[in-house]
Design a protein around this ligand. Structure first.
Ligand code: AMP
Ligand code: ZN
Length: 112
C-alpha cells in the first residue's frame, strides 16, 4: 500500500497516458501540460527526489537519463526539448516521486 500518486500510476491503480515503460522507468503524459508535448519520466522505484538518492543509484539515473532523448524522439521532439527535475520545496516540487519533466513541440505556458 502506498499513498504516492506516481506509484499508483506505476501499479495501474490510477489511469495515465503511459507512453513508455521498461525495467527502470515509466513515462506518461503530464495531466496539465505546459507545452504541446509534456511528459514525465519516473524511476519505477519510489525515490522522493535527488536528495533521496545515493551513489548506488548512479547506474539507474544514468540509464533513465540516456533513455529520455530516445523517448523524446519517439514523441516527435526531433529539434530538441527541455528537461526539468524539481527537488524539494525550494525547487517547487509538488509530487514527491522523482520525475523528469520533458517539454517541447512549441511554446511553453505557465512553467516556472
Ligand atoms: P512537480 O511540481 O515537478 O512535482 O510536478 C508535478 C507534475 O505532475 C505537474 O506538472 C502535474 O501537472 C503532474 N501531475 C499531477 N498529477 C498527475 C497525474 N495524475 N497524471 C499525470 N501528471 C500529473
Ligand atoms: Zn512513489
Amino acid at each position: 500500500m502506498t499513498d504516492c500518486l506516481f506509484c499508483k500510476i506505476r501499479d495501474g491503480e490510477i489511469p495515465a497516458d503511459i507512453i513508455y515503460k521498461d525495467d527502470d522507468c515509466l513515462a506518461f503524459r503530464d495531466i496539465n501540460p505546459k507545452a504541446p508535448v509534456h511528459f514525465l519520466v519516473i524511476p519505477r522505484r519510489h525515490i522522493e527526489n535527488l536528495f533521496d538518492t545515493t551513489p548506488s543509484d548512479e547506474g539507474l539515473l544514468g540509464r533513465i537519463q540516456l533513455k529520455i532523448p530516445q523517448i523524446a524522439k519517439e514523441q516527435g521532439l526531433d529539434s530538441g526539448f527541455r528537461t526539468v527535475l524539481n527537488t524539494g520545496p525550494g525547487g517547487h516540487q509538488e509530487v514527491y516521486h522523482m520525475h523528469y519533466h520533458v517539454l517541447g513541440g512549441g511554446p511553453f505556458t505557465g512553467f516556472n
